[in-house]
Design a protein around this ligand. Structure first.
Ligand code: SF4
Length: 175
């Protein structure tokens, strides 16, 4: 699939034209970066990396994504059967965590997610979320998102596909 890349020197936005469903969400939420009347139509240098990442997460079709950051990212999972956490390391340094509590054997509640300030803008929070979604998928369990971090904030039940910016993950969200 054709992919175009736009960089601000720090991170790179990837855009797949064939996936774009032209909702205009990117243009409305970050007009200083997305302007269909300009060439190139995406100018990431006009926003911070955090603004860019936050916006890309709102793209409903997956047409927009962020190229993998340079640096070694590692996520470890701890689970004592009642509570647990995902810990993320960036170049072997602690960078953040996401904690959860089991609610029975088939559901777990994500209650907190935090990324250290010095690692913000690298998409690490999203990586933590995706790791938990992968776990839910592989083990056929559901997630109850209580964390206000934002990635799950739009999916607090009841969730409709229309409301959900991450509809491709909704099967794993308890509703
Ligand atoms: S938010 Fe995504 S799907 Fe919508 S117009 Fe922008 S790139 Fe296309």
């Amino acid at each position: 699939m054709k992919t175009k890349a736009y960089s601000n020197g720090e991170i790179t936005i990837l855009w797949k034209p064939e996936k774009c469903i032209h909702t205009g969400i990117c243009v409305n939420t970050l007009p200083k970066v997305y302007n269909p009347k300009s060439k190139p139509w995406i100018t990431p240098e006009n926003a911070t990396s955090k603004e860019l990442i936050d916006q890309v997460e709102k793209c409903p079709s997956g047409a927009l994504s962020i190229k993998e950051m340079q640096g070694n990212v590692k996520i470890e999972r701890e689970d004592n059967g009642k509570k647990g956490r995902y810990v993320i390391y960036y170049n072997e340094e602690f960078a953040g965590e996401m904690t959860f509590t089991w609610a029975g054997k088939t559901k777990f509640i994500i209650d907190h997610t935090g990324v250290e300030d010095k690692f913000s803008g690298k998409g690490l929070g999203k990586k933590l979320v995706m790791k938990s979604v992968d776990f839910a998928r592989e083990n056929n369990v559901k997630i109850i998102p209580l964390c206000p971090f934002g990635y799950f904030g739009v999916m607090v039940p009841p969730v409709s596909v229309k409301q959900c910016h991450f509809e491709r993950y909704c099967n794993y969200i308890k509703n």
